[in-house]
Design a protein around this ligand. Structure first.
Ligand SMILES: Nc1ncnc2c1ncn2[C@@H]1O[C@H](COP(=O)(O)OP(=O)(O)OP(=O)(O)O)[C@@H](O)[C@H]1O
Ligand SMILES: [Mg+2]
Length: 327
């Protein structure tokens, strides 16, 4: 992990209080200013829980952080008192959700929501805050921004609402944005526009971005670094180009071979036989073993994330080149 990291997560573990198995465990990564890290994996692998834990938004109880640290600008996000936490959220760090209505208040006009956030965090006056709201709607390229400012969320189209949520997330110039499947609910054309917009805004402001997606097409377009998650653990991580050129975990290889092309963003990555089994009932050892064509006796032990060819992989059998293709 680099010294220049903006956020460094170490050994994050999340569990349901009293449960035997952690839902998320030993998750470590870092992200530097201007850098984009993609968290990738199938449904249920713990991507959203990881994001929510960092934002202080875990449904607690029943969920709790069992272990770990997340250092952000010199503070540990995971142990921050509630009041300190509240100062960061929507300010130094902001989250973009798949469903904009989970971030927008349906009863408050768009402009007022953005202005309120700016007033709260930057102490701007009424006028200035409203001017900032208008500027933000322009920056996310919402047409007729003066008119949209005075509208309620339901009066906007899905793509426009997504832009409004991005405007709100960016209004206080956050150092870090966490985006959880921000384009999954949108049609392909709008998806592409939103991704372009996010990339442009990230590059303009030098914002660090953690992008959560199940879509390798999005990863190819956005990521500098990738962490592939399976059933709550990171199974492979490293620079995006390296992971795409030289995937080593059987799960990553399966994800990639299930992509018809990196351009096709609409399909869910579910062509690896089987599904992620419920974490509570998993056998000890490698969590992917029940679906893995390469499993062997040693997979009854959890494989540690180990450096290999410029990235890291958690598989006893890597490198896989020398193994025979399974029948
Ligand atoms: N509030 C909760 N109580 C109990 N279990 C939960 C809760 N929230 C999530 N889980 C479980 O934690 C695991 C990880 O869930 P998470 O939402 O992080 O997955 P995800 O990778 O974001 O999936 P998706 O791609 O579907 O969004 C799942 O097995 C899920 O059932
Ligand atoms: Mg999720």
């Amino acid at each position: 992990m680099s010294d220049t990291a903006l956020l460094t997560v170490r050994d994050l573990a999340i569990r349901i209080r009293g449960a035997q198995r952690n839902l998320v465990e030993e998750v470590s990564f870092s992200v530097a200013p201007g850098e984009t890290l993609c968290l990738v994996g199938e449904s249920g692998c713990g991507k959203s829980l990881t994001a929510l834990a960092l934002m202080g938004l875990l449904a607690s109880p029943p969920l709790e952080i069992a272990e770990g640290a997340a250092e952000f600008e010199g503070q540990d996000l995971l142990t921050l008192p509630r009041t300190e936490r509240a100062k960061l959220s929507g300010n130094r760090m902001a989250m973009i959700f798949q469903e904009p209505m989970s971030a927008l208040n349906p009863a408050i006009r768009i402009g007022e929501q953005i202005a309120e956030s700016v007033r709260r965090h930057q102490g701007l006056g009424h006028r200035e805050a409203e001017a900032r709201a208008l500027e933000m709607l322009r920056r996310v390229r919402i047409p007729a921004p003066e008119k949209r400012l005075r509208e309620f969320p339901h009066q906007l189209s899905g793509g426009m609402r997504q832009r409004a949520m991005i405007a709100m997330a960016l209004a206080n110039d956050p150092a870090l944005i966490i985006a959880d499947e921000p384009t999954t609910a949108l049609d392909v054309t709008i998806q592409a526009q939103i991704l372009d917009l996010m990339r442009a805004l990230r590059d303009e402001a030098g914002t660090a971005l953690i992008m959560i997606t199940h879509d390798l097409g999005v990863v190819a377009e956005m990521a500098d670094k990738v962490a592939v998650m399976y059933a709550g653990r990171v199974v492979e991580a490293g620079p995006m180009a390296e992971i795409f050129a030289n995937p080593q975990h059987p799960y990553t290889i399966g994800l990639m071979s299930s992509m018809p092309s990196f351009g096709a963003r609409t399909e869910r990555l579910v062509t690896i036989p089987g599904m992620v089994p419920p974490i509570a009932t998993m056998a000890p050892g490698c969590r992917f073993a029940s679906r893995c064509p390469f499993r062997a006796a040693q997979c009854a032990q959890v494989p540690p994330l180990t450096a290999l060819d410029g990235h890291s992989v958690a598989c006893w059998r890597a490198p896989l080149e020398r193994l025979e293709e399974p029948a």
